[in-house]
Design a protein around this ligand. Sequence first.
Ligand SMILES: [Fe+2]
Length: 187
Amino acid sequence: MNRDEAYNLVFDRLGDSPTMAHCLACEACMRALADRFGEDAAMWGLSGLVHDIDLDECHSDMERHALVGAEILNSHGADDAVVQAVLGHNNKAERTSRMAKALWVVDPTTGFITAAALIRPSRSTSDLTIKSIKKRMKDKRFAAAVNRDQIRACEKELGIELNEFLQICLQAMDGIRDQLKLGIAQE
Ligand SMILES: [Fe+2]
C-alpha cells in the first residue's frame, strides 16, 4: 500500500473532517519521529495516516475501533507492521515495535497541540510555543479528555524528553498547518 492508496482509502471514509485532519497531523508527526530515529518515514507516516480509518463507523462502539480498521487495511494489503501499530493504538494488540509505541504517544499529542493552537490569536500553530503547550498540560480543565500521561510517555516509551518530543510534533504539524485548517479565521 502506497501513500496515495492509503490517503484515498482514508478519505473515502472520513471525508474532509476534523478526524481526517487529525490523521494528517499524526502522519506528519510520525514521519518526523521516524527521521529522528533513522527509521522508515514512509511506513511510520502511513501508520499515522490510516490509524483512525474506521473511527466514523465505530464511533458508537469504540470496542470495535482499530479491529475494523485492521480488517480494512489487511484486505488492501497493508504491511503487517502497520496493521499491528493500528491495533496497538486502541489496545487491541501489544505495542511491541517502536513505531506502535510512537503512534500511541503521537495520537493524543496531536489532539492536544490542535486544541492549544486554536486558542492562540492566530488560531494556528504559527505562534504556539512549547512553554504554552506545557502550561496547558498542567491545566486539568483544558482539553480535559486528553490523557497527559500518554503524551508524557514519550520519555518512557520512546526515550525522548518531553520538550524535544513536543518540539518535533509542533514543527511537523506547523509544516502542514494549511492542510490542518489551522489559522483559518472563524468570523
Ligand atoms: Fe487518533
